[in-house]
Design a protein around this ligand. Structure first.
Ligand code: FES
Length: 117
């Protein structure tokens, strides 16, 4: 079911907001590339609101001089202890198979951000 959750202009690149859809808290984020994402607004660790987290670029590497930005990939960082979630999949970076949050389809249409749930 489709839900209009925000005016598109109210969410700038790199911003995240908390919304409620049928009593379920959802974090709606806009990547720096302009795409919108929707994730369950409860961190898999201790339940912090991911809607109070930060959108950040994904960096990969294991040693000085080898860290690189991953083009087209951003994460949502939990505000409490820093778990990082892939904005597209909701999977954590450190344990993607077991530690993740649900994602919902999200897109813009006629000046509104729509979340399907
Ligand atoms: S509650 Fe999110 S990392 Fe701890």
């Amino acid at each position: 079911m489709r839900h209009e959750v925000l005016a598109a202009e109210s969410l700038g690149p790199g911003e995240v907001r908390c919304v409620s859809v049928d009593g379920v808290r959802i974090a709606v984020a806009r990547g720096r590339d302009g795409r919108v994402h929707a994730l369950r607004d409860a961190c898999a660790h201790q339940g912090a609101s991911l809607g109070r987290g930060q959108v950040e670029a994904l960096v990969e590497g294991t040693a000085v001089g080898q860290y690189r930005l991953v083009e087209g990939k951003e994460i949502l960082r939990c505000p409490w202890h820093g778990y990082e979630y892939d904005l597209d999949t909701g999977r954590s970076l450190f344990d993607p198979e077991h530690t993740r949050v649900r994602v919902y389809e999200a897109f813009e249409e006629e000046g509104k951000i729509i979340v399907e749930r």
